[in-house]
Design a protein around this ligand. Structure first.
Ligand code: ACO
Length: 329
């Protein structure tokens, strides 16, 4: 299948969902203190920019958050679930080993028959999923796609490890993509380097009916930081070059919301003023594959992002994986 030069992909609508249970840093500090773990609001804010995060309630799965975000995106796009002919969910915290969370979301939305699958690229998952959906639309395999990032990272956090448990939150964001005569998505760029598997991973697995290894998140924060700032800049420059645009053409930079310092560095390297950076990490924490569509939807709904604006989305995460998408909204 080859992509038609006349077939493009545009975002028709966005949506998001945060579970209602919100923990401020003060709430989390108190909970951790009860376990004998010492941290502080000052440390968390100064090193990460995070002030609050949402955690899903017991029994709430990634598919529940995903379906809620998807319904909002469908409503914003003015279409119904049965109008969608492709569903991709980016997640590292799926409901089950199998089937995919995308199949479960499809059933929850009441849409049957269209292809549905998960993309696993950790915090780069949404950028990966967007790129795959764009390719399927431009080759004529799909006309309207739901692309969702959804995570319940609270389930894989080690609450005895203060270096990681303060960083993450749960949530979901979604977009409806449609085939269009004009872009839309201007350029995409994806990468992975499996030599860095060990710096950010959940090393456990299920085998012989048991969990083998440790099923909780491990991270070498400084190694992640150093890699992240370099690869984000290179992916950003690649999509700008592919699309023949300059950094100053970017109206909104929407990086993966891992850490305010990484995000500010990404903006500085592109010489973008801080006010063009969409920041939700302060209120959501790091929601992995959900962070970019959550930030996108927040800025669409509060009126900052308008039709015609140029958006630069950048993801980076475990794998190591990274990538960027440049688009006209
Ligand atoms: N509260 C209080 N003190 C803490 C905490 C905490 N929650 N966590 C660590 N510390 C202490 C450490 O024990 C250490 O103490 P010591 O000096 O007495 O040994 C001190 O703080 C400094 O620890 P570092 O790990 O050196 O802290 P650093 O400045 O590197 O910040 C952080 C840690 C925020 C994780 C940083 O490395 C970072 O931003 N890394 C980027 C990775 C990231 O954001 N990951 C998110 C997921 S990955 C992704 O989404 C791409």
């Amino acid at each position: 299948m080859t992509a038609s030069p006349n077939l493009h992909t545009r975002i028709a609508g966005t949506g998001s969902h945060l579970p209602p249970r919100r923990l401020t840093n003060a709430d989390l500090v108190a909970q951790l203190a009860a376990r004998g773990i010492e941290t502080s609001d000052d440390w968390i804010v100064e090193r990460t920019g995070i002030r609050a995060r949402h955690f899903a309630g017991d029994g709430v799965a990634a598919s529940d958050l995903a379906a809620a975000a998807a319904r909002q995106a469908l409503e914003a796009a003015g279409c119904r679930a049965e109008d969608v002919d492709l569903i991709i969910v980016a997640t590292s915290t799926p409901d089950m080993v199998f089937p995919s969370t995308a199949c479960i979301v499809q059933a929850k939305l009441g849409a049957h028959g269209c292809p549905a699958f998960d993309v696993q690229a950790v915090c780069s998952g949404f950028v990966y999923a967007l790129t795959v959906a764009d390719a399927l639309i431009r080759t004529g395999s799909a006309r309207r796609a739901l692309v969702i990032g959804s995570e319940v990272f609270s389930r894989i956090l080690d609450f005895d490890d203060r270096t990681t448990c303060v960083l993450f939150g749960d949530g979901a964001g979604a977009v409806v993509l449609e085939a269009a005569d004009a872009p839309g998505l201007l350029a995409t760029d994806l990468h992975a380097d499996g030599r860095h598997v060990g710096i950010l991973c959940v090393p456990g697995t299920v085998s012989g009916g048991r969990v083998l290894g440790d099923p909780l998140l491990k991270m070498d924060g400084q190694a992640v930081f150093k890699l992240a700032v370099g690869v984000l800049d290179s992916a950003a420059r690649t999509v700008l070059a592919k699309a023949g645009r300059r950094a100053e053409d970017v109206d909104w930079l929407i990086p993966h919301q891992a850490n305010i310092r990484i995000m500010q560095s990404a903006a500085r390297k592109l010489r973008l003023p801080p006010e063009r950076l969409v920041v939700t990490v302060d209120q959501h924490g790091n929601t992995s594959a959900a962070s970019i569509p959550l930030a996108l939807d927040a800025a669409v709904r509060d009126g900052r992002i308008r039709r015609g604006d140029t958006l630069l989305l950048e993801g980076v995460g475990g794998g190591f994986t990274w990538g960027a998408v440049l688009l006209d909204y």
